[in-house]
Design a protein around this ligand. Structure first.
Ligand SMILES: CC(C)(COP(=O)(O)OP(=O)(O)OC[C@H]1O[C@@H](n2cnc3c(N)ncnc32)[C@H](O)[C@@H]1O)[C@@H](O)C(=O)NCCC(=O)NCCS
Ligand SMILES: Nc1ncnc2c1ncn2[C@@H]1O[C@H](COP(=O)(O)OP(=O)(O)OP(=O)(O)O)[C@@H](O)[C@H]1O
Length: 208
């Protein structure tokens, strides 16, 4: 037995921070942002498809996808964003399924009767309509303004780019509508981690 959790939240809400805590507790985390990068890595079929669709400028001189150029294009045009998603998402979901299978196959069930926990860290859970796939869904939330501040401070983004990214994502209400648990990332880190620890306990015990 295992519990398959979907972990979501808007950009800069704190998903990776929560995911790291789950790893420390013993969960297996599949990072969809990382898989999306692999899907269009240098020399990949995914990147070839992106070039076919968006043109040669989508590839930088180093052979990698030119993420800044692609971002500027897709986050100002919903149709283009959809086209990019249509290329990347099937590759990502296939790989996520493979990784989960591989981990379960190599990590036997604990002898103490608790369940194994697989956490899919997937920013676009609402947008990809895959919520039926999970036993439980967690969303990590902080107000828009807090997230914009984090993006400007930590990622060096311009305010307008941060806002454009938020506006291309599902709303907080849409995430609330599909989730079972909310983690409030405006709490101090230690308190947020205590919430994650409690959730880990609930999700790994068979009565769940
Ligand atoms: C648009 C791209 C080139 C931007 O690259 P960049 O390095 O600036 O951002 P990064 O990949 O680190 O993503 C950071 C955050 O941006 C947001 N974001 C990324 N892609 C999307 C998208 N298609 N729609 C809405 N928000 C998105 C998410 O909150 C994500 O956590 C890149 O994110 C991409 O290829 N996106 C398409 C694949 C995708 O949907 N990834 C999300 C996980 S499935
Ligand atoms: N409870 C908290 N208190 C203060 N800062 C926090 C808290 N949780 C997360 N942060 C900070 O917010 C920023 C964004 O967090 P994180 O990278 O985990 O978000 P994310 O949702 O994974 O982002 P992205 O969507 O860009 O992948 C980080 O600098 C992180 O340290």
């Amino acid at each position: 037995m295992f519990t398959r959790v979907g972990l979501t939240g808007g950009i800069a809400a704190g998903k990776s921070t929560v995911a790291k805590r789950f790893v420390q507790l013993g969960a297996y985390v599949i990072d969809y942002d990382q898989l999306a990068r692999q899907a269009v890595a240098k020399g990949s079929e995914g990147l070839d498809q992106v070039i076919q669709r968006f043109g040669r400028r989508a590839r930088g001189r180093d052979g990698e996808m030119n993420r800044a150029w692609v971002s500027a294009h897709v986050f100002s045009d919903p149709e283009k964003l959809q086209e990019l998603n249509d290329i990347v998402h099937p590759i990502v979901f296939r790989e996520a399924g493979r990784l989960e299978y591989q981990w379960l196959d190599t990590h036997p069930e604990p002898k103490d009767g608790t369940r194994r926990l697989v956490v899919h860290d997937i920013p676009l859970l609402v947008e990809t309509s895959r919520w039926d796939y999970f036993d439980a869904i967690i969303t990590v939330e902080a107000p828009k303004e807090t997230r914009i501040r984090r993006m400007i401070r930590n990622r060096g983004m311009k305010r307008e780019d941060a806002v454009a990214r938020i506006n291309n994502q599902a709303s907080q209400q849409q995430r609330f509508d599909i989730c079972d648990y909310v983690i409030d990332s405006t709490k101090p880190l230690e308190q947020m981690f205590e919430d994650v620890d409690r959730l880990y306990h609930v999700l790994t015990h068979p009565s769940y």
